[in-house]
Design a binder for this molecule. Structure first.
Ligand code: 26Q
Length: 853
C-alpha cells in the first residue's frame, strides 16, 4: 500500500495525539514542546518496532553469523531527528508540524544529547552502528547506560567548570527496559579450584559480591530505501535500577558508602580520553560490560544451538580499544567452567571470535591495571590471565630460545601490572589500526615484537563517518545541492560522490556552493546569538559580532596538547600583532572557532582554554583591528553543536603533531561539508590528501612523522634556537608571558605555565613535547595561503567541491565493509519480506503504520 505524504502525516498526527492523551493526559494544545517531543517519538517508534522485530527474527531464523560490538562509549547524538532522516520522513514531519502548529527545531531540541562517550572513539562506534543497520548486517552492540554522561562544560571567565550531565531526567522514549534479560555479575570473593569434565582446572567462587545488570535497548535505525530498513539493537547495561545491588552486609555494618557502590557502578562515564590510572570503579565497569554482554551472547547462542560446536562460526566480538579486553579471559572461563570445553579449545575459540581495534599510539594511554587490584576484584579472571600468559610465554621460549627481553616486552603480566593491550593482541585473531600511518606505527614501533610473532595479525582499517548524519541530516542545503546534481545514490553508496567532480568547474555550482556555506554560517551565528540570549549574557561582550563574510576557521575536538590548539592560538596572536603593527596589511577577515572539552584533571589543557578566552576578550573588542579577527569559543562542544558548526566551516584545523593522531574523524566530517583542511601529514589526513591529490590539498604543513621521530631519537630538538631566529614566534610567545592578554594573577599564571610548556627546560629535557614551535612558521605560511585562496571565491569553491567529491572512501559504510571482509567474515541479511509481512499483519490488519514514503 503506497500512501501519500499527506495521509501518512495525518496518521502520524493522530498517533501523536493518541499518545498525548493516553500516556500524558494532555490535549495537543496543552502539551509543552517536551511533551510533544515525547509523544511524537512514541508515534514514530511504532514504525520502527515492526522492522526491529522483523530484523531480529530474520537473523534468528536464518542462523545469521552476527557481530557483537563491545564499546565503553557511544555518542549517538539526538535520536529523533536522526530517525526522521533515516526513515526519510522529513516531508511527513514537516506536514505534521504544520498541522499541529509546532516548530520542528523546537521539538527536536528538547531531546537530550546522550553524551555516553568522550570523543572520537565513542562517535566512531555510533557511526558504525548507523552503517551496520543501513547495510543490513546482523549486528548487536553493547555498552553501559551511564546515568551521567560526559560532563557539561560551562565556562566562567574563561575557566572550564564541569557540571553533571543529567540526561535521564525525563523518560527516554528511545529505550526499552528488558527486565527479563537482566544478568548477575560477580566480583571479589574467594576461589576454590576444581576440574571440569575435561580435567582442566576451573574455579568456583565463594562469597562473591553480586550485582544485577539490567539491559536497556535502543533501536538504531538504518537508512530507509524504498521502504526497506534494518534496525540494530544497542543494549546498554545499568546497575541503577536494581535494589539487590545494595550490599546488605556493608549496609548493616553502617558502611553506607561501600554498600551503595554496586548500585552506582554505571553512574558516571570516566571523562578522560586517555587512560585514567587505577580507578577501581572503572575496572568494575569494564568487567560489567564484558560479563553481562558475554552472558547475553552465550545464552542467546545456546538457546538457538544447544551446543558450542559452531560458536566461532556464528559469533564475532569486536572490542573498541582494550576497554572490553576482559572478554578474552572471561569467555575462556565461561567455556571451560560452564560449558566444559577443554582449555585449548576454549582459548582457540576466544581468539577466533575476538577482534581488537586500537585507537592510540601513545604509550601512556595504553591501559594497564594493577595486578593486586585485578586479583582482588576479579580473582577468577586473573587466574585465567595468569594461565594464558604462562602458555604464551612458554610458546615464546620454544620459538625464541634465550630471548628473555622479548618475553618481558610482550608478556601480559609485568612489573605488577596487567597490560591490557598485550592481552588483547594475544587473545584476538585480528588487531586493527584506524588509519594507514597509525597501523604502520603500531606494526613497526609500538607493537613491533608482536608483529614479528604474529605477522598476519595487524591490519589497517581506515575510519569513516556516516554521511547520513554528517551530511544528509546536518546539512540539508548542501545535500539538496548534491542530490540535484548526481541523484540520491550517495546516501547509501558514498563513493558515488565522485560524480560531483565535474561540477567543481561549473561557475553556477561554485556560486551555489558559496551561497549554501553562507547560509550555514548565518545559521551558526544565529544559534550562538540565541544561546547567549537564553543565558542572559550581554551579547556584545559575551560573544563577538560575527561576520558571515569572514573565513570560518574551525578547530573542534577534545582539548589535548598533541592536537595543538596552542599552535592555532599562537598564530592568532601573531596575526593580531601584525594587524596592529601594520594598518596597511592585506589580510583577510577571519573568525577562529574553537570547541572542545578538557579532561577535568588536565591542567595544561584547561589553561589553554583559559588563555584562548583571554586572547579572545582582547582581540574581539579591539577597535584598532577593524573587526579583522575574531575568536569564538563554543561552550560544551558535543554532537548537536558539531551538527551546527561543521556545515558552517570554511577551514578545518587538523594540526596534530605528525604521528600522534591515530586517525581523526572530524577531519572527514568537515571535508564532506566543504571545509578545506589545514593539516599536518597525520592520521587519516594523509589518506584524504592522497584521495584528493596534492595540488587540490593546498594547506599541508609541518614536520612529517618521520621527521618528528628523527628529532625524538636524535634528541636534536631545540625550541630555544627556533625562538631566537623567528621574531614573529618570539613576539607571540612573549604575549603569553607579559600582560597583553592576562588581566589578573591567575590568568597571568596560566599564560606563564603555557609559555613554560613550550619554551622552558624541564629537568634537562627540551620543552615543547609536541613540536608546536617547530611547526609554527610553516603553519603561519599555510594560513597565508588560505587567505589568498579565499579572496578568489570561485577557486575556493572549486577546491572545496573537488575535496567533497574525493571523500567517497571515508564513509563508515566503506569502513564497515572492510571490517566485514577482513575481520568478521560477515554477510548482509536484509529483513525477510515474509517475516515483515507477518509482523505487520499482527500489528494491524489494516497496516496503517506506514508513515514513511
Ligand atoms: C581508558 C581507561 C580509563 C579511563 C578512560 C579511558 C579512555 C577513554 C576514552 C581512553 C581513551 C579514550 C578515547 C580515545 C579516543 O577517542 N581516541 C580517538 O579515536 C578516534 C577513533 O578511532 C580516532 O580518530 C582518534 O584519532 C583517536 O584519538
Amino acid at each position: 500500500m503506497n500512501m501519500d505524504a499527506e495521509t501518512q502525516a495525518e496518521i502520524l498526527t493522530l498517533k501523536t495525539k493518541h499518545y498525548l492523551i493516553t500516556m500524558m493526559g494532555l490535549a495537543a494544545d496543552e502539551a509543552s514542546d517536551e511533551e510533544f517531543y515525547r509523544a511524537l517519538s512514541y508515534a514514530l517508534r511504532e514504525e520502527i518496532m515492526i522492522n526491529w522485530l522483523a530484523c531480529t527474527r530474520t537473523h534468528r531464523e536464518n542462523y545469521a553469523r552476527t557481530v557483537n560490538y563491545l564499546s565503553m562509549e557511544y555518542l549517538p547524538g539526538r535520536i529523533l531527528s536522526n530517525n526522521i532522516t533515516n526513515l526519510a520522513a522529513d516531508e511527513i514531519i514537516r506536514i505534521v508540524m504544520q498541522k499541529m502548529n509546532r516548530r520542528a527545531q523546537n521539538i527536536i531540541n528538547r531531546e537530550a544529547d546522550p553524551g555516553l562517550g568522550n570523543g572520537g572513539l565513542g562517535r566512531l562506534a555510533s557511526c558504525f552502528l548507523d552503517s551496520l543497520a543501513t547495510l543490513h548486517y546482523p549486528a548487536r552492540a553493547y555498552g553501559l547506560r551511564y546515568q551521567y554522561g560526559i560532563f557539561e562544560q560551562q565556562i566562567r571567565d574563561g575557566v572550564q567548570i564541569e557540571a553533571p550531565d543529567c540526561w535521564l531526567l525525563s523518560e527516554n522514549p528511545w529505550e526499552f527496559r528488558r527486565d527479563l534479560r537482566r544478568v548477575i555479575v560477580k566480583y571479589c570473593g574467594t576461589t576454590e579450584a576444581s576440574t571440569n569434565i575435561q580435567g582442566d582446572e576451573v574455579m568456583d567462587l565463594k562469597n562473591a559480591e553480586e550485582v544485577y545488570a539490567l539491559p536497556f535497548d535502543i533501536p538504531i535505525v538504518g537508512y530507509n530505501k524504498e521502504g526497506q530498513f534494518s534496525v540494530v539493537t544497542l543494549r546498554l547495561w545499568s546497575t541503577k535500577e536494581s535494589p539487590r545491588n545494595f550490599k546488605l552486609q556493608s549496609y548493616n555494618a553502617g558502611r553506607l558508602d561501600q554498600a551503595a557502590e554496586n548500585t552506582l557502578l554505571t553512574d558516571v562515564l570516566y571523562p578522560n580520553d586517555v587512560h585514567d590510572v587505577g580507578k577501581r570503579i572503572r575496572l568494575k565497569q569494564e568487567f560489567l560490560l564484558v560479563s553481562a554482554s558475554l552472558q547475553d551472547i552465550t545464552s542467546s547462542y545456546t538457546k538457538r544451538y544447544g551446543h558450542f560446536h559452531s560458536f566461532a562460526d556464528k559469533v564475532c566480538i569486536q572490542i573498541n580499544d582494550t576497554h572490553p579486553s576482559l572478554v578474552i579471559p572471561e569467555l575462556i572461563r565461561m567455556l571451560t567452567k560452564q560449558y566444559d570445553i577443554p582449555w585449548k579449545t576454549a582459548l582457540d575459540m576466544a581468539q577466533a571470535v575476538t577482534g581488537y581495534t586500537n585507537h592510540t599510539v601513545m604509550r601512556e594511554a595504553l591501559e594497564e591495571w594493577d595486578q593486586d587490584l585485578m586479583k582482588y576484584l576479579l580473582p577468577r579472571q586473573f587466574h585465567i590471565i595468569e594461565r594464558l600468559n604462562q602458555d604464551f610465554c612458554n610458546t615464546l621460549r620454544t620459538r625464541y630460545p634465550n630471548d628473555e627481553g622479548l618475553i618481558r616486552r610482550t608478556s601480559i603480566l609485568e612489573d605488577g601490572k596487567v597490560r591490557m593491550a598485550n592481552l588483547a593482541i594475544i587473545g584476538s585473531h585480528k588487531v586493527n589500526g584506524v588509519a594507514e600511518l597509525h597501523t604502520a606505527i603500531l606494526k613497526n614501533i609500538v607493537f613491533k615484537d608482536f608483529n614479528e610473532i604474529y605477522p598476519d595479525k595487524f591490519i589497517a582499517i581506515t575510519n569513516g563517518v556516516t554521511q547520513r548524519r554528517w551530511l544528509l541530516h546536518c546539512n540539508p542545503e548542501l545535500s539538496r545541492f548534491i542530490t540535484k546534481r548526481i541523484g540520491e545514490g550517495w546516501i547509501t553508496d558514498f563513493p558515488q560522490i565522485a560524480k560531483l567532480l565535474p561540477y567543481a568547474e561549473d561557475p553556477e555550482s561554485q556560486k551555489a556552493f558559496m551561497d549554501i556555506k553562507k547560509k550555514n554560517k548565518m545559521r551558526l551565528i544565529e544559534s550562538v546569538a540565541q544561546e547567549n540570549r537564553l543565558e542572559g549574557k550581554d551579547s556584545n561582550s559575551a560573544f563577538p559580532l560575527l561576520d558571515v563574510n569572514s573565513i570560518f576557521d574551525v578547530h573542534i575536538k577534545r582539548m589535548h596538547e598533541y592536537k595543538r590548539q596552542l599552535l592555532n592560538l599562537l598564530h592568532a596572536i601573531a596575526l593580531y600583532q601584525e594587524l596592529l603593527q601594520n594598518p596597511n596589511h592585506s589580510r583577510v577577515k577571519r573568525t577562529i572557532i574553537f570547541g572542545g572539552k578538557a579532561a577535568a584533571g588536565y591542567e595544561v589543557a584547561k589553561n589553554v582554554i583559559r588563555f584562548i578566552h583571554c586572547v579572545a576578550r582582547k582581540i574581539n573588542r579591539d577597535p584598532n583591528i577593524n573587526g579583522m579577527l575574531k575568536i569564538l569559543y563554543i561552550e560544551n562542544y558535543n554532537i548537536s553543536k558539531a551538527e551546527l558548526i561543521i556545515p558552517a566551516a570554511d577551514v578545518s584545523q587538523q594540526i596534530s603533531v605528525a604521528g600522534m593522531e591515530a586517525s581523526g574523524t572530524g577531519n572527514m566530517k568537515l571535508a564532506i561539508n566543504g571545509a578545506l583542511t589545514v593539516g599536518t601529514d597525520d592520521g587519516a589526513n594523509i589518506e584524504m590528501r592522497m584521495a584528493v591529490g596534492d595540488t587540490e590539498w593546498p594547506f599541508l604543513f609541518g614536520a612529517t612523522a618521520e621527521e618528528v621521530m628523527g628529532m625524538r631519537i636524535a634528541n636534536s630538538y631545540d625550541p630555544e634556537k627556533l625562538i631566537e631566529k623567528d621574531v614573529r614566534l618570539k613576539n607571540a610567545l612573549n604575549a603569553l608571558l607579559d600582560r597583553t592578554f592576562a588581566l589578573n594573577e591567575s590568568e597571568h599564571h596560566a599564560g606563564c605555565g603555557l609559555y613554560d610548556r613550550l619554551a622552558g627546560m624541564h629537568d634537562g629535557f627540551p620543552a615543547d613535547h609536541y613540536f608546536v614551535l617547530n611547526d609554527f612558521a610553516s603553519f603561519y605560511e599555510v594560513q597565508k595561503k588560505v587567505e589568498h585562496l579565499y579572496t578568489e571565491p570561485s577557486l575556493w569553491a572549486r577546491t572545496a567541491l573537488i575535496n567533497i567529491s574525493s571523500m567517497g572512501s571515508f564513509s563508515s559504510d566503506v569502513t564497515i565493509e572492510n571490517y566485514c571482509k577482513k575481520i568478521w567474515d560477515l554477510q548482509p541479511m536484509p529483513i525477510d519480506p515474509v517475516i515483515l509481512q507477518q509482523i505487520r499483519y499482527e500489528y494491524s490488519m489494516l497496516d496503517v503504520c506506514r508513515v514513511y514514503r
